[in-house]
Unconditional design. Structure first.
Length: 318
């Protein structure tokens, strides 16, 4: 009888010990508990009116797809900023995701030593960001789309501002040289030089050469754009940009941000940052494709099924 009681006592005690010790052992095993841990993520963005609210809504939808658990949302204006400040002091998240430059500023002002993943339009606050996405595609994203649509391009023309676009042009030279394609890049520091550059392009470019309208369109007003597109139509030049509005007016195609995919990528980056795998600020690669059907037909270009699958907007054109 005594022996049976002792056996039951030992079993009970052993059970309690294992209930306490086993979780600790599992936690200490590399790649077991940590792999299952879901970081607490705070998404910070401004509360704005439509249609701009749709931009942030798409970001959040994408983030939620990649990080469905432990996700909190805060606005940087109104009462949301006070709530963010209080929560950050009491129970700070593991990682912040900042949507926009202003959100980066707000989070940084809290002086909470937690990583910040962000999507930003420029590098102004790069020193405050652990990782994130710069809303500027690298040259290969534009040019790969160009060659997907028409592999026969032999020369690319572009007017650029060296102060803003030199890195992009250097990337383009490298990419195109590897493809055996010539780039004719004309530097311009003011609108008069830019207009002269476009006149030179429109005079010298041969059929099925490409004219690249850069994101920095400060040198390209609607009057000059109309001239470029009219002559491009007559000479069968391939005009492309990062502005879907240009496609509506007659450019062949444009690439532009895929906001939901950007959000998804931000969520994945946030998880990797929490696992001590920082990326730095990377260029935009989550893009959509807009194509002008009328211009496509005029140029006689046949799209492959793979390219057709990438098109988000097929515009009828003017």
């Amino acid at each position: 009888m005594y022996t049976q009681q002792m056996d039951r006592y030992r079993c009970s005690r052993l059970s309690i010990i294992w209930k306490v010790i086993l979780p600790a052992i599992i936690f200490l095993l590399p790649g077991v508990a940590m792999a299952d841990y879901k970081p607490d993520i705070a998404v910070v963005y401004p509360l704005v009116r439509e249609p701009f609210a749709a931009l942030y809504r798409d970001y959040v939808v994408g983030i939620t797809e990649s990080t469905p658990d432990n996700l909190r949302q805060f606005h940087v204006n109104g009462d949301g900023r006070e709530v963010l400040s209080r929560i950050s002091l009491q129970t700070p998240p593991d990682v912040y995701i900042a949507l926009g430059n202003k959100s980066v500023e707000i989070i940084s002002s809290l002086n909470i030593k937690k990583p910040i993943v962000a999507v930003v339009s420029d590098r102004e606050h790069e020193d405050k960001i652990t990782s994130g996405i710069l809303l500027k595609p690298p040259a290969d994203v534009y040019l790969a789309s160009l060659l997907d649509i028409h592999k026969g391009v032999k020369e690319v023309y572009v007017v650029y501002n060296p102060e803003n676009d030199q890195l992009l042009i250097d990337e383009a030279r490298l990419f195109l040289s590897q493809k055996g394609i010539k780039i004719n890049a004309i530097a311009a520091s003011n609108i008069r030089q830019a207009a002269s550059g476009y006149q030179s392009i429109l005079k010298n470019a041969k059929a099925f050469s490409a004219v690249w309208l850069l994101p920095d369109s400060s040198f390209l007003d609607m009057s000059l754009l109309s001239t470029v597109l009219d002559v491009a139509w007559e000479k069968k030049l391939i005009v492309f940009s990062s502005n879907p509005l240009f496609v509506k007016h007659g450019a062949l195609f444009a690439i532009y941000p895929d906001n939901k995919k950007i959000g998804l990528t931000l969520g994945l980056i946030a998880q990797e940052v929490h696992d001590n795998k920082p990326h730095g600020l990377q260029s935009l690669r989550d893009v959509r494709l807009a194509v002008n059907q009328r211009t496509l037909n005029h140029l006689g270009i046949e799209l492959s099924p793979q390219v057709k699958a990438k098109i988000e907007l097929m515009l009828p054109g003017r």
